[in-house]
Design a protein around this ligand. Sequence first.
Ligand code: FAD
Length: 420
Amino acid sequence: MSEEQFSFFEAENSPRQVDFHANRQTGLDRLAAFAPYTGKAYATRRNFDFGSRDRSNISALSPWIRHRLINEEEVLHAVLKQHSFKASEKFIQEIFWRSYFKGWLEQRPEVWLWYRNDLQISLAQLEKDKNLNSRYTDAILGKTGIDAFDFWARELVETGYLHNHARMWFASIWIFTLKLPWVLGADFFYRHLMDGDPASNTCSWRWVAGLHTKGKNYVATASNIEQFTNGRFSAEMYLNKNPVPFDEDREAKIIPMPINGKISNEPYILLLTEEDCLPETLIQTDSPAAIAGVLLTNERSPLEIGGKAKSFAKVAIKDALRRGENQFGCEARLLESVEWKDQLLDLAKSHNVSIIITAYAPVGPVAEQLQSIKEPLSKNGIELSQIIRNYDAMTWPHATKGFFKLKKQMPDFIQALGLA
Ligand SMILES: Cc1cc2nc3c(=O)[nH]c(=O)nc-3n(C[C@H](O)[C@H](O)[C@H](O)COP(=O)(O)OP(=O)(O)OC[C@H]3O[C@@H](n4cnc5c(N)ncnc54)[C@H](O)[C@@H]3O)c2cc1C
């Protein structure tokens, strides 16, 4: 038996079904179950999309990692306990892609603002342009006549998850065959994905279009879809074979890395957001006076957010509050999404604290919302301190150009994390 055949055989025992319950324990269980298959089995089979009933070849951990119900360090630790760095390098690389996109966008926040602005323009166009509106509606309802694409549109809405390869094919068909504005596709993903993430999503759509790596777009081909869906879709479909990569006549300004917030010895409120649901490991100091959680999923888009994405974030934050309460033995409550700013201020006043500590929110809607409360808090003598995790502080500065530069640092990162 060849080595490749062996890894197919070996991966047969990998769990096929994923329980997408948004608590930490379920994420840890999935990590433990999948870690043995992050070596050769992952490297050889990861590109296959066998459908939602068989996720034996990929971890499907992104919804937990994205909300930091489990973090990258824990994943790397579990993987390196099972495999050498060399054997699991492909999987480890994927973990660092997330860090790369986060760090890249953090240093180019304008790209996020362009996306938000261009989305408003495209949404306004939908109101005016009947033809565009009907083509867009067909695409999101899965009624384009391209079987595979239509299937993924429905799969995304129904399950809140798509395989990475399906995301690439879908985005490519959206942009180059259906010729729809890429920002509307990115918005569709961001509204429905349980792992919907400003950096990974925006940068990946830009990458497919040819805007991230200048002059290089991702072109989906019918034969590749047939092969990597294991024949679930036939190659009998019309796709644009020679699309030209997008170009833009603007260059985002690069800004310095954010400055870490201060940790106080005074009483404080701990604020949890869907960006970081791991209160246990954020700061090693005295317990907070109280913990507050806020759900900002609706800020992802002016349009309706999908049920799966919304409920994953809600259960995640509730789980984080419960764990925080157990760990620190203080009151922990979820603030109302509409009145959260007033409620947070009242909570801080009632506990007489002058500092609110939260995990640093990377570029995106949560960061925008946190920015908007700084002034009202400061008028009341309260500071918002955003703590950057060591892992982010270590990886983000290397996301200055392409992924290769950060990838070269992977052995050093592993060493610095004490996982070598
Ligand atoms: C158009 C498009 C949009 C995307 N939007 C998102 C998004 O909103 N949120 C999101 O988390 N990912 C996004 N991705 C990246 C990737 O598709 C998912 O992270 C991956 O499919 C998650 O499945 P998994 O956990 O089984 O990954 P695995 O293959 O098991 O990989 C392990 C982990 O590595 C990370 N990872 C893997 N691939 C990527 C990648 N290409 N970029 C960044 N991190 C990666 C994830 O944390 C993942 O859980 C997008 C990709 C494309 C092409």
